[in-house]
Design a protein around this ligand. Sequence first.
Ligand code: SAJ
Length: 400
Amino acid sequence: MKVCVVGLGYIGLPTTLMLAAHGVDVTGMDKNIKIVDSLCRGVVTFEEKGLDELFQSAVKQKVAFTDTLGNADVYIVAVSTPYDPVSKKVDAQYVIAAVKDVLAVCPEGAVLVIESTIPPGTIERSIVPLIRKNVHLVHAPERIIPGNMVYELEHNSRTIGADDRNVGETVKALYASFCSGEIVITDIKTAEMSKVVENTYRDINIAFANELVKICRDGGMDVYEIIRIANLHPRVNILTPGPGVGGHCISVDPWFLVGDYPMEAKLIRAAREINDSMPRFVLGRVLEIMKENGLSDFSRVGLYGLTYKENVDDTRESPTLQLLKEIKASGLVAPQVYDPFVKTTIADNQHQTLQEFLDACDCIVVMVGHQQLRENPAMLDGKVVLDTRHIGGITNAQRM
Ligand code: SAJ
């Protein structure tokens, strides 16, 4: 069986390598020639635990990288699905374009697996009308978490949405080549909805923790101690408050349901709004803390961390980028910025060395709890610190 993975991003690349490493004949295709060139030169395109090793195992087997689609039995589409900022509905243009490209070259009887996250009914509404030949559609939403992708690809359970059971079994067998988790076969719409529900569940739970921060700040209570105590109850598991929710999944997918079901998705909308309000809340705390400490020069405020969470190099929708927008909109000068994982310049006053960053700041906002800081919290000694991630060990750190 020949497999072609369309889109070599955060999901497509590890999936291609994993299939190859398990003996599947696979080609990874991306329109971006820079990505293809880099992979052909043996350089993976983003940092992820275990990805280099996986690449080495894959290239010992049958794997190719290309910018043009060719013949295969199974095509796996792993392109991104943004949302329309106004309607909040899914913007399926990349999935639609990828499917059209596949349809132009695939043989009769090919299987098209869509891994990209899409709200329920998308395949029926936007993909089925494109089909002019005998191909089989499957939705197998990805579930892996950046930072632990390689492990989760092998061990997480998977959902295969197929309206034809035999096709579902074929795709299940393909994924079982590397996945030891339970592989559930269901129909397409159920698979679409279950994926969106998983990320929405997490968004709502993070929003609850974030709302507690605001209540406890107002009421003079220690939110972290309260969460610690509440979580001792066997049926309570409150998540960790933070400066907002980033990444291309949890901060996006719940909007699909709000966009399609505006009258029903009230809790989901509220959770999104709470999480989106956190960068503004952080800015309010920074200004309060500066005042308490007699600091007035905002250009000597530093944001530690640009990525959307710790120990990854992914900055998509990151709370720090959201905060930088808030700062700009408030008419304040740009703060200093540093992230050990981000080597390209994406913000004003972005430093490439920690020391240079520390020298430029009096007040530091911990936006991401990277390992670098957790291992050496003393590096912030002598600074006024707002620790939005509650990493502990920082002298005189203020909390949200
Ligand atoms: N966050 C908090 N507090 C928490 C947990 C997370 O503030 O207690 C923040 C993080 O800092 C980050 C954001 O939420 O900004 C999201 O991070 P995450 O680690 O919770 O999740 P993602 O976006 O990296 O990956 C999620 C995962 N989904 C679930 O856990 C339900 C992953 O399994 C999915 O594959 C991925 O979305 C996706 O692609 O949909």
